[in-house]
Write a protein that binds this ligand. Structure first.
Ligand code: B3K
Ligand code: ZN
Length: 875
């Protein structure tokens, strides 16, 4: 397999200025004519061959400046069209290919989803439509003519603005022409054609452009588009307000399809979405779904500037658009909702998805240096850690200089295919900073570890704080350089109030942010008369792990007093983690210890603190997950001992506060459903209360929870109650499952939740149920959402059962991957990544996982996508 390396990047020898596409749609034989206006790039020697990319293509016709070239002048294969000696002057190439959308099960290129024609071109799907310079630094202006059967596809959508449309006389067919004036790389090309219904609205930009907005969905789903449309309009207004960025076309179309490999795609003027991130109503979508719809709609919209107007020079720069755009959508959601709760949720996500990636065989830098299959690099590291890096940049520069850097980036690079270096240069210039060391965040993989020690001297009223950073080896990177780590710090006095910081090393402290740049640095603070409690890494100011060993009393103090809500939450997590580790260590030795009563009572105080936002209380009471604990344990992990430790602590909390959980569950979230953050927060706390009630000793607990499942008037409450019934094996679980199934049988996205609830049940027997559910009428191996909801949920959301000591979970995943790999390599590769932490497991389980991976590696027919993950896991 060929490895693509960053250091091998060369600018393209030829450029394509204009693309005129004519796509005559047919289910199995779509005819694509591409007319390309090509010219040699400056400095390209005459006679340099032109190699256009293809993937599974067959050339039907070729014209060079209107004439058929001699057969020896070119060569065509499924993967390339080569002109051996193209003209030295600009020329026109007309290429005809015929493709089969119906047979396209990889969902890359032009395919059909429930009868709708749609495309997915990022990263390298355009080459499955026509031969092209399919690389992000070749930007062209596209005009697309789409032609289709009028009844099969009454709606025809392309990038940019509509130009003309009409019937084709004497036939059953019609056409539409779309023109996108903004030069773009091929990965942003899209077309959609089908029988679609739509909802419409308008948005007027602040400079007065009237934009027609539309969301296109399967007929009958129009009522479920309101939230997405509302989110879109809020995104458009927010980007103007916060970043000064306006929309630049007359129309903005969103299409929801049910077969989609990922979340959504930011094609210029024509965003295509997994329907899961568009459709929402209280009956079928949870508060979490509402939050995701809002965030993904915003994310794709924000790409219009960070991704489309300024794109990536090459795929190594993927985080240039993804990290930045995730940062932007996180900021948007924070402004729409509670900022601390959003931050907590994002950090939870980062720690549970990105930290394990960074700690295992799939670790890679935010900007990778090499890949075999680029689709495998749309990762938590590129996206979520990429966003953290942008967030640190803002922390280091301050809001004002950061805004100036962004403005400069947009001004200077509009229309460019840019690099991380160019991006950073804008901030270095705007902020008058040297960002050379900071750039290591893009280069070095792994999660840095911070050791913190402190000494307080009451005589001199000083506090000295020593921070030491370390970063372990990751694949391909044996040793690392120290990074620039912004550590936001609070010192809290005995009364619980913050003490103003008076640092001696003034040039190394910026406001409340310590700039750690050496391997080890000591910071001294004056005027600290009494021993303060340290609040370290406030707001999670850097994606690192902290080893500071505060006393349990200090953690309890932080939980009660920290003015930084994030660190209040972090203190609770640290306390719980510590306790869980203690219980775990005992269980590994066959002992069972008593649970620490102080922790249980402190959590009870948070639970009943009516001054705190319910959503925040829910986050505090939500214990670290099994996978979080596995990550912290790091080696020789026994998932069963983790599960029992966690179960033990949950039961202790449930028993201690059973009455409170029961009364809160009864009292909370009784207003008619509205998706706003305040109501969602109440429902989150209610769901959490039900989960603890289930493990309390309240006699009527099963009845209460079953009643919640029965009487819920929205999906959030219904699924919360159902999952408690199922996961705790309570009486009424089967009845509730059956009722849910009857109620939602016709709604695949709701049934996905039904699959997930069962797949994530931590009981022996779950694997058998998962397997049986693959034969349920609502299940469909060809739909990625179904597969992820059932098999993906089992392998990534049910640690103890996936890693069963007999290895059956591993074998099952291996079989599923083999079954899906030929059909949909991207989906198979995504699923097989669930093996990524296998080396941290205790030796018996690790050997069983390795066996399955080795067996997969031995399959000659494995796709490039899956082989890449499997071999990296084994390396
Ligand atoms: N840019 C797309 C992801 C494309 C994934 C290709 N395998 C969605 C997004 O990040 O907005
Ligand atoms: Zn994105």
């Amino acid at each position: 397999q060929t490895v693509v390396r960053l250091e091998d990047y060369r600018p393209p020898a030829y450029l394509i200025d204009r693309v005129d596409l004519d796509v005559r749609l047919h289910p199995s034989a779509t005819r694509v004519t591409a007319v390309l206006a090509i010219r040699p790039a400056e400095g390209t020697p005459a006679g340099t061959p032109l190699v256009l990319d293809g993937d599974g293509l067959r050339l039907e016709h070729l014209l060079l400046d209107g004439r058929s070239p001699e057969p020896e002048a070119y060569a065509a294969s499924p993967v390339a069209l080569t002109l051996h000696c193209p003209p030295a002057q600009p020329f026109r190439l007309e290429i005809e290919t015929v493709i089969n959308p119906e047979a396209n099960s990889a969902l890359m290129g032009l395919y059909r989803s429930s009868g709708t024609y749609c495309t997915q071109c990022e990263a390298e799907g355009f080459r499955r439509i026509t031969y092209f310079l399919d690389r992000p630094d070749v930007l062209a202006v596209y005009t697309t003519r789409i032609e289709a059967d009028r009844t099969e596809a009454p709606v025809l959508l392309g990038n940019g603005n509509p130009v003309e449309a009409g019937p084709i006389a004497g036939t059953e067919r019609h056409y539409a022409i779309w023109h996108d004036p903004h030069p773009k790389p091929a990965y942003l090309f899209a077309l959609v054609a089908g029988r679609l219904a739509s909802v419409h609205d308008t948005f007027t930009t602040r400079s007065g452009r009237l934009v027609r907005l539309a969301i296109h969905v399967e007929p009958g789903k129009e009522d479920m588009c309101g939230w997405a449309m509302d989110s879109l309009k809020r995104s458009m207004a927010w980007d103007e307000h916060v970043f000064g960025l306006e929309y630049d076309l007359d129309v903005f179309n969103i299409v929801a399809v049910s077969d989609f490999n990922m979340g959504a795609m930011e094609n210029k003027g024509l965003n295509i979405f997994n329907d899961k991130y568009v459709l929402a109503d209280p009956e079928t979508a949870t508060d979490q779904d509402y939050g995701h719809v809002e965030a993904v709609i915003a994310h794709e919209y924000f790409h219009n500037w960070t991704g489309n107007r300024i794109t990536c020079r090459d795929w190594f720069q993927l985080c240039l658009k993804e990290g930045l755009t995730v940062f932007r959508d996180q900021e948007f959601s924070s402004d729409m909702r509670s900022r601390p709760v959003k931050r907590i949720a994002d950090v939870r996500m980062l720690k549970s998805h990105q930290f394990p990636e960074d700690a295992g065989p799939l670790a890679h830098p935010v900007r990778p240096r090499a890949y075999r299959e680029i689709n495998n690099f749309y990762t938590a590291t590129v996206y979520e850690k990429g966003a953290e890096v942008v967030r640190m940049l803002k922390t280091l520069l301050g809001a004002e200089d950061f805004a100036a850097g962004m403005a400069l980036y947009i001004r200077r690079h509009d229309g460019d295919a840019a690099t991380i270096e160019q991006f950073l240069a804008c901030f270095a210039e705007a902020g008058g900073r040297d960002l050379e060391q900071f750039a290591l965040w893009y280069e070095q993989a792994g999660t840095p570890r911070l050791e913190v020690t402190s000494a307080h001297d009451p005589d001199t009223a000083t506090l000295s704080l020593t921070l030491t950073q370390s970063l372990g080896p990751t694949p391909g990177q044996a040793s690392k350089l120290p990074m620039l780590i912004p550590v936001r710090l609070g010192l809290i006095g005995p009364e619980g109030a913050d003490i103003g910081l008076r640092p001696r090393e003034r040039d190394r402290v910026q406001g409340d942010v310590l700039l750690l740049s050496e391997r080890s640095q000591t910071f001294t603070f004056d005027g600290v008369t009494e021993r303060p409690v340290l609040s370290l890494l406030r707001g999670f100011s850097a994606p690192v792990t902290v080893n500071a060993t505060p006393s349990p009393a200090d953690l309890l103090f932080l939980l009660q007093h920290d003015s930084d809500p994030f660190n209040r939450w972090q203190a609770a997590q640290d306390l719980a983690t510590r306790e869980l580790m203690r219980l775990y260590a005992a269980r590994r030795k066959g002992d069972v210890l008593a649970v620490d009563a102080a922790l249980v009572s402190a959590l009870g105080d948070v639970l009943t603190d009516e001054d705190l936002d319910p959503a925040f209380r829910a986050q505090v009471l939500h214990l670290p997950g099994e996978a979080d604990l596995a990550r912290d344990i790091g080696r020789d992990v026994d998932p069963d001992a983790i599960l029992s430790a966690r179960t033990q602590l949950r039961h202790a909390i449930g028993r201690a506060h059973g009455q409170t959980f029961a009364s809160l569950a009864d009292r909370l979230g009784r207003r008619p459903f509205a998706p706003d953050a305040a109501d969602a927060g109440e429902r989150a706390l209610k769901g959490l209360c039900l989960a603890y009630l289930a493990v309390s000793d309240q006699d009527t607990r099963a009845d209460i929870i079953a009643r919640h499942a029965r009487e819920a008037d929205n999906m959030t409450d219904r699924i919360a109650a159902l999952s408690v019934l199922v996961h705790e094996h309570l009486a009424g679980a089967d009845t509730a499952l059956a009722a849910f199934e009857r109620r939602h049988a016709g709604h695949p996205l709701a049934m996905d939740k039904w699959f997930t609830v069962q797949a994530t049940s931590p009981h022996a027997g779950t694997l058998t149920i998962v397997d049986a559910l693959t034969r349920h009428p609502a299940f469909d191996w060809t739909n990625p959402n179904r597969v992820r909801a059932l098999v993906g949920a089992f392998t990534t959301g049910n640690q103890s059962q996936f890693t069963r000591p007999d290895g059956a979970g591993f074998v099952y995943l291996g079989d599923v991957v083999e079954r899906l790999d030929q059909r949909n390599p991207q989906l198979a590769a995504r699923l097989v990544s669930a093996f990524r932490s296998w080396q941290a497991l205790e030796p018996k389980r690790a050997a069983l996982a390795e066996g399955v991976l080795s067996k997969l590696a031995g399959r000659a027919t494995l796709s490039k996508d899956t082989r890449d993950i499997v071999e990296r896991c084994l390396a």
